[in-house]
Design a protein around this ligand. Structure first.
Ligand SMILES: Cc1ncc(C[n+]2csc(CCOP(=O)(O)OP(=O)(O)O)c2C)c(N)n1
Length: 391
């Protein structure tokens, strides 16, 4: 399309009114039936049930661990409630060799990869079996074995890292991608822009997956940006972009399968914006009643992503209400039993505080560790009896 040169400034100004709203891929309606004419993604019964199993586990984990936080058993928690389709649907489109770089609300992707209930608990209770040796806040998971980069609290750091990691995968000739999760709030960080531009210019096989859940803690999207969400920013950087209904498991799966195919075949990044809603509080330290209405929450509850997918499974004849009840029951028992074991295990040894960071522990850290040991010896009552001892 060629445009006539404009000779009047007011005609040359591009206003937001000129921009088309980017459409949203949808496959399942809220009652679980596909929209007429919708093309389903590549999915069979086994995959569908693994996806559902992961979503149910995550619901149960979130419910139980938020309660555990309220009881003072763990210090902090964040739920994924309302966003299970965005997270599980995307993780299910990946291969085990693909790298996942999460923000913090994506425990369902880690579970999909095979993180065990016991491993979740060991991390949250910072016990001796925690893969991170108790050096992170609860929910900051990481697993080398499962290609899941350790979560870090500062927002957006994983975005340029994902571009770089994907660049490395390409250079190594691996047919693998890096999927990077972040919220629409984190997309306000400079790292978002640096990461996307780098991936676009260097042709990195990265999938940037934005969970647009409406809020960055108490800041609604209307106070975060004035444009049409995050998707147009991908177009701005020359990146293939898909906007998808983030409460629609099949649409998210389809979008991410497509994104992965593009990333691997063309060595190009893809941006996905999943439109969803955070049904729970931001974290165990937040109370959403101060910044949003119950009516708004109730409206979104009608679009429950787990229920929508379940209705589709029932209609396929792949699932029953009896199986459903049994699965929730099984996971409630499993999570409670794992809590009881994990909370009784001792804490990691203090010496591990300074290991794994440097090849050789520097003198100043050795000194600080010795001071800690001396303090423990002088004031044993200040430390729990089992602290600092390997099991
Ligand atoms: C650099 C930085 N600034 C601020 C914070 C505090 N903070 C933690 S989470 C959060 C909101 C993030 O919102 P979003 O990216 O939309 O993700 P969501 O929590 O909604 O899933 C903020 C501001 C932080 N962790 N790091």
């Amino acid at each position: 399309m060629s445009l006539e040169p404009q000779h009047q400034v007011h005609k040359a100004v591009m206003t937001s009114g000129h921009a088309l709203k980017i459409p949203e891929l949808k496959i399942l309606q809220s009652d679980g039936t596909p929209y007429p004419g919708a093309t389903l993604p590549d999915i069979d019964q086994e995959l569908a049930l693994k996806i559902y199993d992961t979503a149910v586990f995550t619901r149960v984990l979130d419910e139980r661990m938020l309660a555990a936080q309220r009881q003072g058993r763990i210090s902090f928690y964040m739920t994924c409630i309302g966003e299970e389709a965005a997270v599980v649907g995307s993780a299910a489109a990946l291969g085990q060799d693909d790298m996942i770089m999460a923000q913090y609300r994506e425990q369902a992707a880690l579970r999909y990869r095979g993180f065990t209930t016991e491993q979740f608990m060991n991390q949250m209770f910072s016990n001796v079996k925690d893969l991170g040796k108790g050096r992170q806040m609860p929910i900051h998971y990481g697993s080398n074995e499962l290609n899941y980069m350790t979560v870090s609290s500062p927002l957006g750091t994983q975005i340029p890292q994902a571009a770089g990691y994907a660049y490395g995968q390409k250079r190594a000739g691996k047919e693998a991608v890096t999927l990077c999760y972040f919220g629409e709030g984190a997309a306000s960080e400079g790292d978002f822009h640096a990461g996307l531009n780098m991936a676009a210019v260097l042709n990195c096989p990265a999938i940037f997956f934005c969970r647009n859940n409406g809020y960055a803690i108490s800041t609604p999207t209307s106070e975060q940006f004035a444009g049409d969400g995050i998707a147009p920013r991908g177009v701005g950087y020359g990146i293939n972009t898909i906007r998808v209904d983030g409460n629609d498991m099949l649409a998210v799966l389809a979008a991410t399968q497509q994104a992965r195919a593009i990333a691997v075949a063309e060595n190009k990044p893809v941006l996905i914006e999943a439109m969803s809603y955070r049904l729970g509080a931001h974290s165990s330290s937040d109370d959403p009643s101060g910044y949003r209405s119950r009516e708004e929450e109730a409206k979104w509850r009608e679009h429950d992503p787990v229920l929508r997918f379940k209705l589709w499974l029932l209609a396929q004849g792949w699932w029953s209400e009896q199986q459903d009840e049994a699965l929730y029951d099984q996971y409630r028992k499993e999570v409670l039993a794992a809590v009881k074991v994990a909370e009784t295990l001792p804490k990691p040894a203090y010496d591990t505080l300074v290991t794994d960071v440097y090849d050789i522990v520097p003198e100043h850290l050795e000194k600080q560790l010795q001071e800690t040991r001396d303090h423990m010896a002088r004031y044993p009552d200040h430390y729990p009896a089992d602290s600092g001892k390997e099991a």
